[in-house]
Design a protein around this ligand. Structure first.
Ligand SMILES: [Zn+2]
Length: 376
């Protein structure tokens, strides 16, 4: 990540560059932002600038081995601490730390460094309860910092959401934050500075990362999504300058229309007795790029079938239909047989379970499409 890749925050970039250039590197920094406003990519660009041996014109070179390792988040002297909890992706007996989830963290940051806290928990499979930073984490970092540095530059510890740290962990870290070993930098990124132990925040040089302008958010959206100008502007409006929030909303909007298109094509094809078209849709579902998305399609279809069933029972008013989908569900309710929804709901659960067990998606969705074709 280079400063040039970061949207906005020009003043902070300048301050960070000047700190590194003059050698007056703060050993503890606090980046304070509203969720999703870009403090994490900014911190990563700073770490890269600080360590790049070929930095020039106020930015890292982006090409040397150091830049390369930092941008892939595999630089050995860059450590991450973030809130975790035990969840479905670790053994029940394990006491997870950030290290446990590091591959998933890397994947998420590389895909979208503006992610929201809830998206981290979803990625780690711990969304049922909020994450914590425990004393085990503090011990782990102290151990890491006591070793000689592997790379030649600064050892950097990036703590994402220190407000999730319990008092024991914070006290444990306090001494090293007060008097860090040479060439060590702590960067805390917070959404709630008032919840951080004051003894820690008072040791930090603070930076307020401001929300992006509506125009900047709109530009990011239209670069990443095939949204019309009006749609992008509307999302930019409700995002409050949080690129992370805007990206999530746009992703959900895009996902919703993709699933809705596939679901309605599937039912329409079955209704018109067009087996070829039904099987073609099943191929598209199988081609979704993750098992999570294939399962999400099943759950979306389940919800849609429930809406159709409600309409069939004359309960349109409480079916919670979006305005743009009402016409389709009302007509589908007429051509789906009375027992169709119930029968296919069971098949969707089955398909989802088979996907979880790694059964070939093309076979699972071909079978599902076939059953829909026969049952409608
Ligand atoms: Zn470089």
């Amino acid at each position: 990540m280079r400063f040039a890749d970061i949207i906005g925050s020009e003043d902070i970039k300048k301050a960070l560059v000047s700190m590194a250039d003059t050698g007056r590197v703060a050993h503890a920094m606090l980046f304070y932002e509203n969720e999703g406003c870009g403090a994490l990519p900014l911190a990563l660009a700073y770490v890269q600038y600080l360590n790049c041996p070929h930095r020039h014109d106020g930015d890292s070179c982006g090409e040397c081995p150091v830049c390369n390792r930092i941008s892939k988040l595999i630089y050995q002297d860059l450590h991450f601490i973030f809130p975790v909890n035990s969840g479905s992706k670790v053994q029940a007996s394990a006491r997870p730390t950030s290290e446990t989830y590091l591959p998933l963290w890397r994947e998420l940051v590389l895909k979208n460094p503006y992610f929201l806290e809830s998206q981290l928990y979803e990625t780690l499979g711990i969304e049922n309860k909020s994450g914590n930073i425990t004393v085990a984490e503090a011990k782990y970092i102290l151990e890491k910092l006591s070793l000689t540095s592997v790379e030649d530059g600064y050892k950097c510890v990036l703590v994402w959401l220190p407000e999730r740290m319990n008092a024991e962990a914070a006290n444990r870290l306090l001494k090293v934050v007060e008097e860090p070993p040479g060439k060590t930098v702590f960067i805390f990124i917070t959404h709630a500075p008032e919840k951080i132990l004051q003894t820690i925040s008072s040791r930090c040089q603070s930076f307020r990362v401001l929300p992006a302008s509506k125009a900047e958010v709109g530009r990011v959206l239209s670069e990443r999504f095939s949204l019309g100008g009006e749609e992008a502007a509307a999302l930019a409006n409700i995002s409050g300058g949080s690129i992370g929030t805007a990206l999530r909303e746009a992703g959900e909007t895009e996902e919703y229309s993709l699933y809705m298109d596939m679901f309605s094509d599937l039912l329409r094809g079955a209704h018109e007795k067009n087996l070829f078209s039904v099987l073609e849709v099943s191929e598209h579902i199988a081609a979704l790029d993750s098992r999570e998305k294939q399962k999400a399609f099943c759950s979306f279809s389940g919800d849609s079938l429930r809406k159709i069933y409600m309409v069939q029972q004359g309960m349109d008013a409480i079916a919670n239909m979006r305005q743009q989908e009402t016409a389709f569900f009302v007509s589908a309710a007429q051509w789906c047989s009375p027992s169709f929804c119930e029968r296919i709901l069971g098949q969707l659960d089955r398909a989802s379970a088979l996907i979880d067990r790694n059964v070939n998606a093309r076979i699972v969705f071909c079978d599902l499409a076939d059953r829909i074709f026969l049952s409608i």
